[in-house]
Design a protein around this ligand. Structure first.
Ligand code: ATP
Ligand code: MG
Length: 284
């Protein structure tokens, strides 16, 4: 299945999250059946990242947004498990600090965008400034509408500079969120993840959904598309996200750069002599 096509939000498309099934798992009935496809995508992603790093021409920005317990952390952990850490930067955006609040909302984001050869993953992002701030009535409609335009301009600038942008909304149901909160309460290994805010924000679920729908609709452009990923099944989420990233990178036709030195000369002039010096070529 072409997940890029299936889950991409087309520019201007009217998005109704209620109509999209968060439990969708495509042609895969179970995690076991999807295992091979998942491994394939993960390996492909690792290969593409190797090329991206070596070629040092393009960069990739991954934006992850979701409701609380939507699986941003788990996605990063699983999807990028095969990738060389040298070429990846993860930036997590929490409540803004005083200096951050004293600047425009993109100020804290820009330094974390990927340089050539790099992948940056945003765990939350500049979109918080049209989501949580809107839901908590810290900004008015004129402000979030203006910010949509500013976000589109900012992302267009990054694309112009050689960055591929892929934005993912990890779509879970309200029931699934509660089940994950329960796990966090019960499992000692997850206790540290639960907070009161998770429940107070959950009470604002409908407002968040509306804010997400508007923001995604206004900012899913041809160059910087949003993908709404069914995420109740974690294994399917991992498969879909890794496949979309790997396929988008393959579309860049990345290639190893040609050697910057004369290999034949190095072989003749240096390598043969070095080989000789360690007794190479002699029979024991
Ligand atoms: P987890 O899923 O593990 O709980 P998290 O991303 O929710 O991780 P937290 O420290 O729990 O991390 O929450 C970060 C909080 O910071 C969120 O409530 C988020 O809405 C808030 N936040 C992020 N960016 C902004 C912003 N620009 N303005 C206001 N609040 C923000
Ligand atoms: Mg949280």
């Amino acid at each position: 299945m072409d997940y890029q096509k299936k889950f991409r939000v087309k520019p201007g498309e009217k998005l109704r999250l209620k109509k999209l099934d968060p439990s969708f798992t495509g042609e895969h009935e179970s995690e076991a059946i999807a295992k091979e496809a998942t491994e394939h995508s993960r390996a492909k992603l690792a290969h593409e990242q190797n090329l991206l790093y070596a070629e040092h021409k393009h960069s990739v920005l991954i934006v992850l947004q979701a409701m609380d317990a939507g699986g941003k952390d788990g996605t990063i952990k699983h999807v990028f498990s095969g990738v060389n850490p040298q070429g990846v930067h993860v930036a997590s955006f929490k409540q803004p600090t005083e200096p951050e609040l004293a600047h425009d909302f993109l100020w804290r984001v820009h330094p974390h965008t990927p340089g050539r050869g790099q992948i940056s993953i945003f765990n939350r992002s500049h979109y918080e400034d049209v989501l949580v701030t809107r839901v908590h009535k810290l900004i008015d409609k004129a402000t979030w509408t203006r910010r949509y335009r500013e976000i589109c301009d900012f992302e267009a600038l990054l694309v112009q500079s050689g960055t591929t942008i892929l934005k993912f909304f990890l779509h879970i149901s309200k029931e699934e969120q509660l089940a994950r909160f329960a796990q966090r309460l019960e499992d000692p290994g997850r206790n540290w993840k639960i907070s009161e805010a998770d429940y107070t924000e959950r009470a604002l679920w409908d407002d968040y959904i509306e804010a997400f729908e508007d923001a995604i609709r206004a900012t899913s452009t041809h160059e910087a598309p949003w993908y709404v990923i069914p995420s109740n099944a974690k294994w399917f989420r991992n498969l879909a996200v890794s496949k979309i990233i790997a396929d988008a990178m393959a579309d860049l036709h990345l290639a190893y750069p040609p050697p910057s030195v004369n290999l034949a000369e190095i072989r003749r002039k240096y390598h043969a002599a070095a080989h000789e010096a360690v007794g190479g070529g002699k029979k024991a």
